[in-house]
Design a protein around this ligand. Structure first.
Ligand code: SF4
Length: 407
């Protein structure tokens, strides 16, 4: 009887309530701005675990784990401005916080700087497949591993084919279109650059953000791309400076950083991230985070790739990265670079939806969507639309986070 009364009261109360919209959107930006300017979160002792309690799962040597680790996180989370003077020790401390705490704090920072419902949908097209002379050990497009991978080099796609793909991506909700070419650099590619400029201006005319990844570029090429209306240039540093030579020998870490400098100096947004699961250790993921978070300006976008091992490449039998390492990297990136777009890139296809949701909770706010990601499979448009519906996410509008270049 009691249960019946309770149920009928509950039903009556529910009927009296207005029906909520399917997706409740909270625009937190005005509050976020206020929080950044004035109001500070009040931390209680219980918010932070004792400094001597790093997650044993990280197996970090106690002598490396700074005694004041938790103070470091506290300071990082309370910060109201973007910092690019992080020390490796500070990043180590943040990275090794107990994972649930790290995710919670990253989520707090995320809400201060972004609308947590907004996730950028981005489509990546391979406009020049294969035939690359570099020796990146993970890559199917290197000529050095062609015998094993069987991947045939193709000609550069036509401007029309690229614009048709961009149009389809836009119709499916993507607001950023990325074009990748398997090139070491742009030397002697004058006509190639002209074609790419035409692709960039064509995609920009659709109102989309445009990113390209074409290998190393010099200052003049960066200015040319900027003049065509390019929004962002992707050039990943891949991993830590220390681990890098065991993955790539044909170009140096400093050459990568020089390209990022040319991109930045030309006024193009920098997209630079890493690949996890190359055989690196925790300290290399910390090193990667240190490199990008101490650049003269934080990258506008930080892609986090999980290696998709490709048969025939030297890393073809690599064991997949632990999800917790991926999550830890995303959460730490969100705290270190609060205004940056943190992008779940390669490897999402094998991630169940709940894991993706945890990444969004930890501060990831962009994904690649569409049929393919260069040479690997990608989650399709419909699959991502359905996931957004289920989790109350919405596609980010174009130029919501990156400055709109003058047309
Ligand atoms: S430079 Fe790019 S395309 Fe060339 S091998 Fe390395 S990752 Fe592959």
């Amino acid at each position: 009887m009691f249960a019946y009364r309770l149920t009928s009261r509950f039903v009556a109360a529910s009927l009296a309530r207005p029906v909520p919209p399917a997706v409740v959107r909270h625009d937190i930006r005005p509050y976020a701005a206020a929080a950044v300017g004035s109001e500070q979160p009040t931390w209680t002792r219980s918010t932070f675990p004792a400094p001597s309690s790093p997650n044993p799962a990280t197996k970090l040597d106690a002598s490396v784990y700074p005694r004041n680790a938790n103070q470091v996180l506290r300071k990082a989370v309370a910060a109201t401005t973007v910092r690019n003077d992080w020390t490796r020790e500070e990043i180590t401390a943040i990275y090794h916080e107990p994972l649930m705490e790290l995710v919670y704090q990253a989520s707090t920072v995320h809400r201060r700087f972004h609308n947590p419902a907004d996730v950028q949908l981005c489509t990546l097209m391979n406009i020049k497949t294969g035939g690359c002379t570099e020796d990146c050990k993970y890559c199917a497009q290197s000529t050095r591993y062609q015998k094993g991978t069987g991947l045939e080099a193709k000609k550069t796609e036509s401007v029309e084919a690229v614009l048709a793909a961009a149009r389809a991506a836009k119709e499916n909700g993507s607001t950023r279109f990325c074009m990748g070419a398997a090139w070491r650099d742009m030397r002697g590619r004058k006509s190639g650059l002209r074609n790419i400029a035409a692709m960039i201006s064509g995609v920009r005319a659709m109102g989309m953000e445009v990113c390209v990844t074409l290998g190393m570029i010099d200052a003049a090429q960066a200015r040319e791309l900027k003049a065509a209306g390019l929004t962002a240039y992707n050039h990943n540093v891949d991993t830590s400076r220390e681990f890098y030579p065991s993955v790539i020998s044909t170009r140096t870490y400093d050459e990568r950083l020089r390209t990022l400098g040319h991109v930045r100096d030309a006024g193009i947004s920098v997209c630079s991230g890493g690949i996890l699961g190359l055989g690196e250790k925790d300290e290399d993921r910390v090193g990667l985070l240190h490199t990008v978070s101490t650049l003269p300006a934080h990258p506008e976008s930080f892609p986090v790739n999980a290696l998709v091992p490709i048969k025939g490449t030297p890393l073809g039998n690599q064991k997949p990265i632990d999800f917790t390492d991926m999550l830890r990297t995303i959460a730490a990136a969100r705290i270190l670079m609060p205004a940056t777009i943190v992008r779940i890139a390669a490897g999402r296809k094998t991630m169940p939806e709940e894991k993706q949701a945890l990444c969004f909770m930890a501060g990831a706010n962009a994904i690649f969507t569409g049929e393919k990601m260069l040479t690997t499979e990608c989650n399709g448009y419909d699959e991502d639309k359905a996931m957004f519906e289920r989790w109350g996410l919405e596609p980010m509008k174009s130029f919501e986070k990156s400055p709109k270049p003058a047309s």
